[in-house]
Design a protein around this ligand. Structure first.
Ligand code: ZN
Length: 496
């Protein structure tokens, strides 16, 4: 998107884009707006030509210097109830409407949004990236990304560039994650994903990276990650990205761990032909962790963060992992495999153990499209959250999730699940028991490998994708939790 900043409206071919709060006359720039709308602002609203109902986008025309100009308005409702999240939703709806109208030039009259101009600019930066984004390059049409064809001028006397840049940086990190998640699995597999990540972070300040290949993983004892990935001709990788800002307050890092099953056929516990569809998205946890690292490093947040991505393809082969096999994990604990389709917890077990013991993190968070059971429990629109600490530990996370609107729900793990994961007749642990409460079982399994590092597990099986368009995303991958974790880190409350 081509972006410019001006203090005043400049008559040209652009659509005039405004926010319409109720009590429009209370806007501090009402007279400026009313002049643009030919002195008819109140009549236009009372005749329902333009709507102030929250989230509703309407359009009309005015004459300015004897030229016809298009006006696009988004209703904001009661301005005293506006939040940054509501402004983002309104702006997302605006961009989706403008995409449909094929608008290519727009001047946003920022003060009509009845909210802090810097926050509105931030919303415009982020939502211009995320609200209409689709992955390009996999069909033969020459269609273009909406925002690439769009010229936007932000009209305000305030300096809003930093706000816009912040939103645009975050938005671009989200669509980076979505693009990885959406890429077809014949093209994105452990090795190519690792290569693409390396390219992404090359020459970024304060970043170090490492990729362990299959032979290294076997040699170093990553027995579970190796077992899950060995059937594929595309062998597993473990990717580490470390970001350490010189002003980072704590030497102990935040660890972000991502499940990256680049394709999940289920293995010998094979999925059904309908259940297998969309399993390219089973690396969304890893993709979203890449998005978080991208945002954290671009925004140069003063923190020390280590990302660990466990990448494997779960396939079928004569050499594949069987139900009944027993493998030794990196931690030394042995695991009986009862279900080869419960592979995410296996790769995460080695990854969280590696992160805990190598980096001694102050807090560790893992992100995984882990269980269908979490969707059964809390629906498709909430992320299930589990922790080995008390509820207070996730208070600030809950606050950040309210700020971003990415709903989370705290689910239990206790001795009940600890007993269940230890019920193997032959090994230390078993990876599935086919009983209700599968999301808690999976979380408790991973917790066997956290080495008592304070840990939060995010089961994003429901929220990694959306089946219908929202202001934040078209149908498909969402990049869920990137906004929340960035907000949590920016709020400075992560360690409280
Ligand atoms: Zn699976």
């Amino acid at each position: 998107m081509n972006i410019k900043f001006e203090e005043k409206y400049i008559a040209d071919d652009s659509a005039i884009v405004i926010g319409l709060p109720e009590n429009i006359k209370e806007l501090k720039n009402f007279d400026e707006l009313d002049t643009l709308l030919n002195g008819l602002t109140e009549e236009i609203i009372s005749a329902n030509v333009l709507s102030d109902t929250f989230g509703k986008v309407t359009t009309t025309g005015v004459t300015i210097q004897r030229q016809y100009r298009k006006v696009v308005a988004v209703g904001l409702g009661d301005s005293s109830e506006l939040t940054a999240l509501k402004v983002q939703k309104a702006v997302g709806k605006l961009f989706q409407f403008m995409d449909g109208e094929k608008d290519s030039q727009a001047q946003f009259i920022l003060d009509t949004f009845a909210f802090e101009p810097k926050e509105v600019a931030d919303a415009i930066g982020m939502m211009s990236a995320v609200s209409n984004h689709v992955l390009m390059g996999y069909d033969t049409s020459d269609k273009k990304q909406f925002r690439d064809e769009l010229d936007v001028t932000l009209i305000t006397k305030e300096d809003v560039k930093a706000g816009y840049d912040h939103g645009a940086a975050l938005g671009n990190s989200i669509i980076l994650a979505r693009d990885f998640a959406t890429m077809p699995p014949n093209l994105l597999y452990p090795e190519s994903f690792a290569d693409e990540v390396a390219v992404q972070f090359k020459e970024r300040p304060y970043i170090k990276g490492e990729v362990k290949d299959f032979d290294t993983l076997v040699q170093e004892g990553f027995g579970l990650l190796a077992a899950v990935g060995k059937a594929s001709v595309r062998k597993p990788r473990l990717v580490t990205i470390e970001y350490k800002h010189p002003d980072a307050q704590s030497d102990e890092p935040i660890a972000l761990v991502g499940k990256g099953i680049t394709y999940d056929s289920g293995g010998y516990s094979l999925k059904t032909r309908t259940g297998m569809r969309s399993m390219k998205y089973d690396m969304s946890g890893a993709a979203n962790v890449v998005g978080m690292m991208d945002a954290i490093s671009k925004l140069e947040l003063p923190v020390h963060v280590v990302a660990v991505l466990a990448l494997a393809e779960n396939m079928v082969d004569g050499n594949g992992m069987r139900p009944d096999d027993v493998y030794q994990s990196l931690s030394g604990k042995t695991v009986e495999v009862s279900n080869t389709d419960a592979e995410g917890r296996l790769v995460l077990a080695d990854a969280v153990y590696y992160a805990s013991t190598t980096y001694n993190p102050k807090i560790m968070m893992d992100f995984a499209t882990l269980t269908g059971a979490v969707i059964q429990a809390i629906g498709e629109d909430r992320t299930g959250v589990f922790t080995n600490q008390g509820r207070k530990f996730i208070n600030n996370l809950l606050i950040s999730s309210k700020v971003t609107g990415e709903d989370i729900w705290h689910l239990p793990i206790s001795e009940l699940e600890d007993d269940r994961v230890k019920q193997s007749d032959i090994a230390d642990l078993i990876n599935a028991d086919f009983k209700p409460g599968g999301a808690s079982f999976a979380a408790a399994f991973i917790n066997q490998f956290t080495e008592e590092t304070p840990w939060v597990h995010f089961d994003i099986a429901g929220t990694s994708n959306t089946s219908s368009t929202t202001p934040f995303a078209k149908k498909g991958s969402t990049g869920v939790m990137i906004r929340t974790i960035v907000d949590l880190i920016e709020s400075g409350t992560l360690y409280e």
